[in-house]
Structures are given as C-alpha cells and as structure tokens.
Design a protein around this ligand. Structure first.
Ligand code: AMP
Length: 212
C-alpha cells in the first residue's frame, strides 16, 4: 500500500505515520528526516539543503526528486511505503505521477494555522531516534528524555515562531495546490487533525483497515 500524508507543518503527519507504519509494516519516507540526517552527516545534499531548511523555505525540487527517486528504489519499498513531507510542490506531485506512482490514499490532515504555531513551538524531537513529543499535548514520561530510546529531546531549529510562520506561508502558497491535484485523481481523504492524537489515528486506521 502506498500512502501520502499531506497537511501543514505540525498537522501530525509524522506522528500518525509512525503509528500506521508500525501497524501496517510500511516504511516511512520522511523527506524532512532524510534531509536533517544529511545535514548532520555533512553530505553534499545536506550542505546544499541547510540554508533553505533553517529559513523555513523549500529545498529545490531537483535535489528532492533525486533523493526520493533513490530512496524508493531500496528493497524495503517494494511492498509500499508512507510518504511524509513529499510531494510538497505541484512539480513534485507531477514527477511522482511521471515515475508511474499512484498512491492508494492521500491522507489530508486539516489543522488551522492558529493551532499550528502552539504545536510546533512546543514540539520536542529525540536527537537520537527522531520520535516527537509536545510539552503539553504529548509529554515524555521524563522531561527532556525520549520514552523510546532514552535519547535527549531537543527543539528543531525551524520550530521557532518566526520560522513556523514562514513555513505556513510557504505551505499555503506552494504545497496546498497539490491537494487539488490529488482530488482530481479521486484519492484525497480529509481528516480533522486538530483532535486528540489517538482519535485521529483511529480514524485513519478505520479508513485503511476498511472499517470506516
Ligand atoms: P519537515 O520535517 O517535513 O517539516 O521538513 C523540514 C524542511 O525540510 C522543510 O521546511 C523544507 O525546508 C525541507 N523539505 C522537506 N521535504 C521537502 C520537500 N518535499 N520539498 C522541499 N523541501 C522539503
């Protein structure tokens, strides 16, 4: 099964992708995570991407498409995957179609901008395994420590209020149009992403497991 999550930054794409990945045994292809790892490792891609990411801007399509094309060829993608954070522009969505890939479901998480700012500025991420938390909505058992691996929780560099507002503006201008693209293909299922994490997860699983 091939799934795509769409929705603004902070809508919960990564959080829900993690649960669905576990339940359905699908790998997550998170372009933001791959890029952050490339930055950390100091690769050529990472060096090219860093400035855009820190400013809340999108990394150019050609870099992203080469990266995704490479990743989707890996053996673990043979039986499907979850795309989180890709496609993010109309040319990226069109490139996916040109690669012969049609997702089974496009899962659209809807959350108002006013909620997003509070969510992202309170987000904490494990610097070791990438698990995400929120200081109020999803706190770890022990402050500053990852429940999953015991790693240190940090604030993402692009989760400051000014950068979050820039990312939201980029989202509305460049990413929102891909919803209409997939709607025309009859693939979009929209969910209210502002509710409790486990309720949204249940709604998503209801669709995917055919019980909704
Ligand atoms: P994310 O973790 O999905 O919020 O992504 C973090 C940052 O990585 C974004 O703000 C962009 O700078 C970059 N990025 C991730 N995915 C893409 C993409 N599909 N196209 C362009 N830039 C991306």
């Amino acid at each position: 099964m091939k799934l795509i999550f769409i929705g603004p930054p902070g809508a919960g794409k990564g959080t829900h992708a993690a649960v669905i990945s576990e339940k359905l045994g699908l790998p997550i292809i998170g372009t933001g995570n791959i890029l952050r790892e490339s930055v950390k490792a100091g690769t050529e891609l990472g060096q090219k991407a860093k400035g855009y990411m820190d400013a809340g801007q999108l990394v150019p399509d050609d870099l992203i498409l080469a990266m995704v094309d490479e990743r989707l060829k890996a053996p673990d993608c043979a039986n499907g995957y979850i795309l989180d954070g890709f496609p993010r522009t109309l040319p990226q969505a069109e490139a996916l179609t040109a690669m012969g890939i049609t997702p089974d479901y496009v899962l659209d998480l809807e959350v108002d901008d006013s909620i997003i700012v509070g969510r992202l500025t309170g987000r904490r991420v494990c610097e070791n395994c990438g698990a995400t938390y929120h200081v109020v909505n999803l706190p770890p058992k022990q402050e500053g420590v990852c429940d999953v691996c015991g790693g240190k929780l940090t604030v993402r560099k692009d989760d400051t209020e000014a950068t979050v507002r820039e990312r939201l503006s980029v989202y509305h201008q460049q990413t929102e149009p891909i919803k209409a693209y997939f709607e025309n293909m009859g693939l979009v299922h929209s969910f209210d992403g502002s509710g409790k994490v486990n309720e949204v997860t249940q709604a998503l699983l209801g669709l995917l497991e055919g019980t909704r």
